[in-house]
Design a protein around this ligand. Structure first.
Ligand SMILES: [Zn+2]
Ligand SMILES: [Zn+2]
Length: 434
């Protein structure tokens, strides 16, 4: 009987990490992320003394941020794919460089992480120990993202990582029908209690609102996450044949260049390239000019206006009644982006250690502000459809609800228990035998 130990990402979004142990004591870790809180940034310490492999679902810091710690005194194979490794490196470098938090690792361990990476293609079964295998399946969340099937002591455990089963412009959705029969499911719960608007309606509204602003002589700032969301917005603009100038700045620009090296990771690479060609990558000199007089649309991180190049443009946009700031991702409570939506006030405090943040701002918005829920996570309906499409091998159908706040994970587990499942929202540090 294998053991599943939850090291993090329990009743929270952040520091995702799961340890799976075979009856022989061989161990495999699925994800090892961080969270941005003052305490417990890293996953809890399991007894990780017989680690055979690490599998990474995708590059987001809440899944990859703690990885270097596992390589401090160890060499263990890290199974991933080239795109996820490359973007993880960029995000981790950034995290180490700008952090005020003393992580117990640095560039040396990051380099070891890279050296230990092995590339695994989707749907290829990889042996990691006696009677212990992993297989990747497309997760549809962001380019390169995978779900991980673990086969251990004749049990099959599927760890979804972050999943999306809705069609996006960048990548194909996760398809539960390609999965084999399983015994236990570890599923993300980010949007378990909520529903997203229909994607096509949302795209049309975003395009109509954008055109409306531009036609009336204004400009649009789209603060977006640098990884995947910025590029998805670019593809939407391409799809609707957007004619005005599009500028890409900050991390989004860097990731765009990286993405161009990995044609296999995209749904339609020709379309992706044609969208990229229409975007102008902003240089430092350009940025100065654009700050004074933009004409068109600027896509720039950070998505929640916590920093990044978007801050440079914000004062110009907020003070212009004909322009707009359109947020395109979920805005966490307490972030400047959330305050801007709720109160139409932008507040930002300079943090001297961060070079690019050179402002101390408090501005009442005169421009248009709106929010578009372009999520890359499955919502209530899609999570339940996904579960319905999965076949369990036995009467006992185990579902562990992780990667969501307290309410999302516990209510999701409760609802599943009312149906035919044995479901819990585990807490960090808990171990289950299946
Ligand atoms: Zn993610
Ligand atoms: Zn996540």
């Amino acid at each position: 009987m294998p053991l599943i130990k939850f090291l993090g990402g329990c009743r929270e979004v952040g520091r995702s990490a799961v340890l799976i142990e075979s009856k022989n004591g061989a161990q495999c870790i699925l994800d090892y992320g961080v969270r941005f809180t003052t305490e417990d940034r890293l996953p809890s310490n399991g007894n990780i003394d017989n680690l055979k492999a690490i599998a990474l679902s995708h590059c987001h810091i809440d899944h990859s941020g703690g990885l270097p710690l596992l390589f401090k005194n160890n060499d263990v194979p890290l199974f991933t794919n080239p795109l996820t490794l490359r973007i993880s490196e960029i995000l981790l470098e950034d995290m180490i460089r700008i952090s005020n938090f003393p992580y117990p690792f640095g560039y040396r361990e990051l380099q070891k992480t890279r050296k230990n990476a092995f590339f695994l293609k989707n749907k290829v079964r990889q042996k990691i120990d006696e009677n212990f295998f992993i297989t990747f399946f497309n997760a549809g969340h962001i380019p390169g993202s995978v779900s991980v099937l673990v086969e251990v002591d004749n049990s099959r455990i599927l760890y979804t990582g972050d999943i999306n089963t809705q069609e996006t412009n960048l990548i194909s959705p996760a398809n539960p029908n390609e999965l084999p029969e399983i015994d236990a499911l570890i599923i993300e719960s980010t949007y378990a209690p909520r529903e997203h608007p229909l994607r096509l309606d949302l795209e049309k509204k975003f395009i109509d609102d954008t055109l409306n602003i531009i036609e009336n002589g204004g400009n649009v700032l789209v603060p977006a996450f640098g990884v995947a969301r910025s590029q998805e917005i670019l593809l939407i603009l391409e799809k609707y044949n957007f004619k005005s100038d599009i500028f890409i700045d900050g991390l989004a620009r860097k990731i765009l260049t990286e993405y161009s090296q990995f044609p296999d990771s995209f749904k339609d690479f020709a379309r992706f390239n044609s969208a990229v060609r229409k975007a102008k990558l902003v240089s430092k000199e350009w940025r100065k000019k654009l700050k004074k007089g933009t004409k068109g649309l600027i896509i720039s991180p950070s998505g929640m206006l916590k920093g990044g190049a978007a801050i440079e443009y914000i004062p110009t946009f907020l003070n212009d009644p004909s322009s707009a700031v359109f947020l395109v991702g979920y805005q966490v409570e307490g972030t400047p982006g959330r305050k801007l939506i709720d109160e139409r006030i932008f507040e930002f405090k300079e943090d001297k250690k961060r070079k690019y943040q050179s402002y101390d701002l408090s501005i009442k918005a005169k421009c248009n502000i709106d929010y578009y829920d372009f999520s890359s996570h499955a919502d209530k309906i899609h999570l339940n459809n996904y579960i319905n499409d999965i076949t369990f091998r036995n009467e006992a159908k185990f579902i562990f609800c992780v990667h969501g706040d307290e309410k999302s994970t516990t209510s999701f587990a409760k609802d599943l228990t009312k149906r035919d499942y044995i479901s819990v929202a585990p807490e960090t540090g808990e171990t289950y035998k299946i």
